[in-house]
Design a protein around this ligand. Structure first.
Ligand code: TRP
Ligand code: SF4
Length: 363
């Protein structure tokens, strides 16, 4: 069982074996200019993504839905979703971004007003600063608690979901509070409402998420089928990206500041954190020269792979140099530090410029 509200690290291979998620790699050749995270295997799995490939190829309408739970600060791992949204926006997708204030209330005890503040100051500001166009007519961003269409749809759909099913999917028990029990239905409605007649009717929809969200995807796909004759929903597709490793080697998590580089960190702080990160290097220089390092176990390499280095050739070069022991961690970190410094300097300016705009988005 996967618990979307716990922070356990998942075994990606197992997800593919046990939950029927398909390897993303198999579709790569069919996608025109795939996203860097697709090419590099960070997006590792999907359900029914073929539908989205087809819609993009034939220039048909399709929707992208991905939400955020406004519970704390945004870290650099959260940037991945924004990067994907930007890619879809360039491809003409209808984009829906629910702000899951109902979920952060039921799962984290955060009031709606506080969730709204976090959404504006953290998420929306960063989304704009990172390059997503929130003014685009094809983009809809909303608070779950304020979206009547979504609320009503959730309630309608809930009529055909029972307690045993929720227990089986989420491990809910007799002591689970009803708000928590109900919020997955809101998320299901987030994902399906773009297919209602008032939003243009049934269309392929993709939900780009981390694998912890897969229980919601499975529930949504089941419900979509159950309401087949009533709404004609097309079962939503999904993609799954690997989580970024935290600075200390475990999961990067906003609730554990030592593990995370926050998007609000200063350039100096980001550099300092990167320099202190766990690498795949050896104990001594001599040993590393002889045996090489292990980029697969290196947070610095991962930062280059996910975020900092756009050129695949340069990335490959670093990979081989590391493996061969011809580059040492000190030099490698210094290079990455330069890149992260520039990234954060630029982001800081863009965040400052985005602040006012961000306040107007939810009005
Ligand atoms: N549950 C998601 C999270 O924890 C947020 C979310 C709400 C979401 N609605 C969604 C994600 C719809 C994808 C699609 O971050
Ligand atoms: Fe990581 Fe670079 Fe050291 Fe290799 S050389 S382990 S990629 S920091």
């Amino acid at each position: 069982m996967i618990d979307p509200w716990s922070s356990a690290i998942l075994n990606y291979e197992k997800l593919i074996e046990e939950f029927g998620i398909k390897p993303f790699h198999d579709l790569l050749d069919e996608i025109e200019s795939p996203h860097i995270l697709m090419r590099r295997g960070v997006i590792f799995g999907h359900r029914d993504y073929g539908r989205i490939v087809k819609a993009m190829r034939e220039k048909n309408k399709f929707a992208v839905v991905t939400g955020m739970m406004p519970s704390g600060k945004m870290h650099i791992g959260h940037k991945m979703v924004v990067d994907q949204l930007i890619w879809y926006q360039k491809r003409g997708a209808e984009i829906y971004i629910p702000i899951a204030d109902m979920e952060s209330y039921s799962a984290r005890g955060i009031d709606f007003s506080e969730a709204k503040r976090i959404a504006i100051e953290e998420y929306i500001t960063n989304y704009i600063a990172l390059g997503l166009d929130l003014d685009n007519d094809n983009l809809h961003i909303y608070l779950q608690s304020e979206n009547k269409t979504v609320g009503d749809l959730a309630y309608k759909l809930a009529k055909r979901v029972n307690m045993n099913e929720m227990k089986a999917i989420y491990g809910f028990s007799g002591s689970t509070n009803i708000a928590h029990l109900y919020t997955p239905l809101i998320q299901v409605a987030d994902i399906l409402h773009p297919q209602l007649e008032e939003f243009g009717g049934p269309k392929p929809t993709v939900v780009p998420v981390g694998p912890d969200q897969d229980p919601h995807i499975r529930l949504t796909r089941d419900i979509a089928e159950r309401f087949g004759t009533q709404f004609n929903f097309i079962s939503p597709s999904s993609t799954y990206h690997r989580f970024i490793t935290g600075l200390t080697g475990g999961k990067m998590s906003s609730s554990k500041p030592k593990t995370a580089i926050f998007l609000t960190d200063s350039a100096e702080m980001a550099v300092k954190k990167l320099k202190s990160a766990k690498t795949g290097g050896k104990e001594s220089l001599a040993e590393q020269q002889e045996m090489g390092g292990i980029p697969e176990d290196c947070v610095v390499y991962e930062m280059l792979l996910y975020h900092l280095l756009q050129s695949d050739d340069e990335l490959k070069k670093i990979y081989h140099e590391c493996r061969e022991g011809s580059i040492m961690c000190g030099e490698c970190k210094a290079r990455a530090a330069e890149m992260i410094k520039n990234f954060f300097k630029d982001l800081h300016i863009k965040r400052e410029n985005a602040k006012n705009k961000a306040k107007s988005i939810l009005n």
